[in-house]
Design a protein around this ligand. Structure first.
Ligand SMILES: NC(=O)c1ccc[n+]([C@@H]2O[C@H](COP(=O)([O-])OP(=O)(O)OC[C@H]3O[C@@H](n4cnc5c(N)ncnc54)[C@H](O)[C@@H]3O)[C@@H](O)[C@H]2O)c1
Ligand SMILES: O=C(O)C1=N[C@H](C(=O)O)CCC1
Length: 256
């Protein structure tokens, strides 16, 4: 478990501990040198080796769960693949090139893995429904809403939603071509003619709305993760299945 001291890492570590079919064989976090999992209140009674330096990790793990940060996840995933450990990556913010590199490495090493921008079933379904709707409604805006500690924007889920929509959407100039922004950024980020808006507020966890508009009608699709427990069903499925493959998938739907 990489990032075990974080919001997601600690939730996922607890899920692993609570699952009789899984064994937590090691944890990794760059945050602090001195604490090990046995001393951490959240994991009382567990005796699991804790690592704080990627180069010092020694483990016979079969799966590497990663909820760290965008600048760490690529090296972490490479480490896992090079050691024959299947990565289950929830960390967002990797570039398309980094993902391609990792997919090539997984194929070369014959190791299965998954990168999922969102492990929530509601988000996976939202992306599928949005892709379906975009065939009929090419005018679309994506609004993602997250807690205010999130460091990457737009969210991995929003990028993934936009990519899925772009696969089927008839490319078009959306909005008024003569429009100007009185305050730069007012219209949000642009991806293939679509606009993505990132909201950050305390009290939120992870939410997304995809709004479609057509002549005289509109369609809004929304999903909400009210609690990080919402991601655990997906992480569990991934951990159970990922070793059956020899390639690195992107998107939980590939394993459902
Ligand atoms: N795929 C999903 O369903 C999903 C759901 C929630 C969050 N996320 C993503 O998961 C990631 C973590 O989110 P979070 O809210 O738990 O963040 P967080 O800040 O609470 O936790 C990140 C943890 O990573 C640790 N870390 C930082 N640098 C590290 C390094 N170099 N090596 C190892 N550990 C390091 C930090 O010390 C921290 O404990 C983010 O990218 C977020 O977007 C994905
Ligand atoms: O809390 C976060 O950070 C989340 N990030 C993911 C993203 O970037 O899409 C998924 C939901 C939670």
């Amino acid at each position: 478990m990489a990032g075990y001291k974080g919001r997601m890492g600690s939730t996922a570590a607890q899920m692993v501990i609570d699952n009789p079919d899984f064994e937590l064989v090691g944890v990794f976090d760059a945050r602090s040198q001195e604490q090990n999992l046995g001393e951490d209140d959240r994991f009382k009674g567990q005796d699991v080796p804790a690592f704080h330096d990627l180069n010092l990790i020694k483990t016979d793990a079969t799966v590497w769960i990663d909820f760290t940060i965008p600048t760490a996840v690529y090296e972490n995933a490479k480490f896992a693949l090079n050691h024959g450990i299947s990565p289950v990556i929830g960390t967002t913010g990797m570039t398309d090139e980094q993902v391609k590199d990792l997919q090539a490495l997984a194929k070369e090493k014959k190791v299965g893995g998954l990168i999922a921008p969102n492990f929530g079933i509601s988000a996976v379904l939202l992306m599928q429904f949005a892709q379906q709707a975009a065939k009929y409604f090419p005018d679309v805006e994506i609004i993602e809403m997250h807690h205010d500690d999130k460091i990457d924007s737009p969210s991995g889920t929003a990028i993934s939603t936009a990519k899925k929509i772009a696969e089927v959407r008839q490319p078009k100039q959306q909005g008024n071509p003569d429009a100007t922004e009185t305050i730069p950024g007012a219209r949000g980020a642009e991806y293939e003619g679509m606009r993505i808006h990132a909201v950050r507020l305390p009290g939120l966890v992870a939410h997304e709305e995809v709004m479609f508009g057509g002549p005289g009608e509109g369609l809004t699709i929304r999903q909400d993760s009210f609690d990080r427990i919402s991601f655990m069903t997906g992480v569990k499925v991934a951990v159970e299945k990922v070793n059956q493959y020899h390639e690195l998938f992107v998107g939980l739907e590939n394993l459902l």
